[in-house]
Design a protein around this ligand. Structure first.
Ligand SMILES: *Cc1c(COP(=O)(O)O)cnc(C)c1O
Length: 429
């Protein structure tokens, strides 16, 4: 960067720093444009996006069909509130429930609102269907979970940074270690007040922890035995990211037509989606479940001014169509295999990288240094200089999650950038 380029970047960094809350610690790069797998900064330098806004941009930046649908609807009707009906909501509700195979959907905006919604539905189901005594409902969650930032959700976070000094905390949550069916079975035993098990099929924020193949299947069986709802948070893992439509689809590549395929699908009782449901253009989230669960919600008991607005649902329908039409789940699966294979070849001779893990195009490398070191951060700065944007998560882990519209050629280019960058840290950790 020359002086004028640096000055321009600093101008924007200063404005944010002076006038905005310091609730994030962004990588120092100021982006001005996106297209497909690429981002451009204010100086016109091009980067591969290897974060995809935490997997919200699975369909690629500014996807022309999604932006087209968005523009058209923005000029027609954007918000009616749910005080009235609109001519887009019903068709979207039919589309998304068919797409994911549930009776009903409840529309919200952000992921955290989706999680809050699922918690409320599960509790109400517990009182009205399971017969739990008033105010006694409990929900099991996992250690190192990430489900969002509201005061109820951070109450059951185990990350001191997310939760510290935000008390008093909401009660009614029990923790179990992730990927530990014995612990889950033990907590479920003789505890009739438990109404739900809220779980990420892969823990994304925690550092892309992929559980044992049988974890979710086993959890489902235990939930069923104990009349407890399995609630999967697929806000980050869902919508083709992990090489299937949902992470709970396992190795099934059918993209939703499970009847026709040999299925490894584990059906949750409640499914929470967000992020990529709009292709990164607009906050859209959804909770899906069947009638006997959703019917506990009656008029006036839950809602959101913007939830299910005509603009949001038009975008979401198009964004989901793109996932199918462009076979993004298959692409994520194939490119993910290539990525991990190539990275493993490198890691076999590396001192700076301990391992690569993940599924589809949700992957992470673990840097061989203390979690308190700034090595992962420095690697991300160097990756940026070399034209690729990624961000450390939890100290020494770097998450790699490019848009799913990437081609194999682009991926090979990215693998070269990543490996060449890592090589420059090998003797100099
Ligand atoms: C991002 C995320 C959320 C929260 O979504 P927001 O839209 O940021 O509120 C919840 N759960 C998981 C698994 C996430 O990755």
């Amino acid at each position: 960067m020359d002086t004028t380029e640096r000055t321009l970047q600093e101008y924007y960094l200063d404005l944010e720093s002076k006038h905005g809350a310091h609730d994030y610690h962004p990588l120092p790069v100021v982006l001005a444009k996106g297209n497909g797998v690429y981002l451009w900064d204010v100086n016109g330098k091009r980067y591969y996006d290897f974060l995809s806004a935490y997997s919200a941009v699975n369909q690629g930046h500014c996807h022309p069909e999604i932006v087209g649908a968005m523009k058209e609807q923005a000029e027609t009707l954007t918000l009616t509130s749910r005080a009235f009906h609109n001519n887009k909501l019903g068709e979207y509700m039919k589309y998304i429930t068919d797409y994911f195979g549930f009776d009903k959907v409840l529309c919200m905006n952000t992921g955290a609102e989706g999680v809050e919604t699922a918690i409320k539905i599960a509790r109400k189901w517990g009182y009205e269907k399971k017969g739990v005594a008033e105010n006694q409902a409990q929900i099991i969650v996992c250690n190192n979970n990430f489900h969002g930032r509201t005061s109820t959700i951070i109450s059951f976070s185990t990350d001191p940074n997310s939760k510290g000094h935000f008390g008093p905390y909401a009660s009614g949550f029990i923790h179990v270690p992730y990927d530990d069916l014995d612990a889950l079975a033990k907590v479920l035993e003789n505890n009739p007040n438990i109404v739900g098990f809220l779980v990420e099929p892969i823990q994304g924020e925690a550092g892309v922890y992929t559980p044992d193949e049988d974890f979710i299947r086993g959890a489902k069986a235990l939930c069923k035995q104990n009349d407890v709802l399995l609630i999967t948070d697929e806000i980050q893992t869902g919508i083709a990211r992990t090489g299937s439509l949902l992470a709970v689809c396992g190795n099934c590549t059918c993209q939703g037509d499970c009847e026709q395929q040999e299925s490894t699908y584990v059906r949750p009782d409640m499914l929470i989606l967000g992020k990529a449901i709009s292709g990164g253009t607009y906050p859209v989230s959804a909770v899906l479940c069947d009638n006997e669960i959703m019917e506990v919600i009656k008029p006036g008991q839950h809602g959101s001014t913007f939830g299910g607005n005509p603009l949001a649902v038009t975008i979401a329908k198009k964004a989901l169509e793109v996932v199918k039409n462009e076979r993004l789940a298959q692409n994520a699966r194939e490119l993910g295999e290539i990525f991990r294979t190539e990275m493993n070849l490198y890691i076999a001779h590396s001192n700076i990288v301990k391992l690569v893990r993940g599924k589809g195009l949700l992957n992470a490398i673990v840097i061989n240094d203390s979690p308190d070191s700034d090595t992962a951060w420095n690697i991300c700065l160097k990756l940026r200089d070399n034209g690729l944007l990624a961000k450390p998560t939890h100290g020494n882990i770097i998450r790699f999650a490019p848009p799913l519209v990437m081609t194999e050629e682009q991926l090979q280019d990215c693998i070269s950038i990543i490996i060449n960058t890592l090589k420059s840290f090998e003797n100099n950790p």
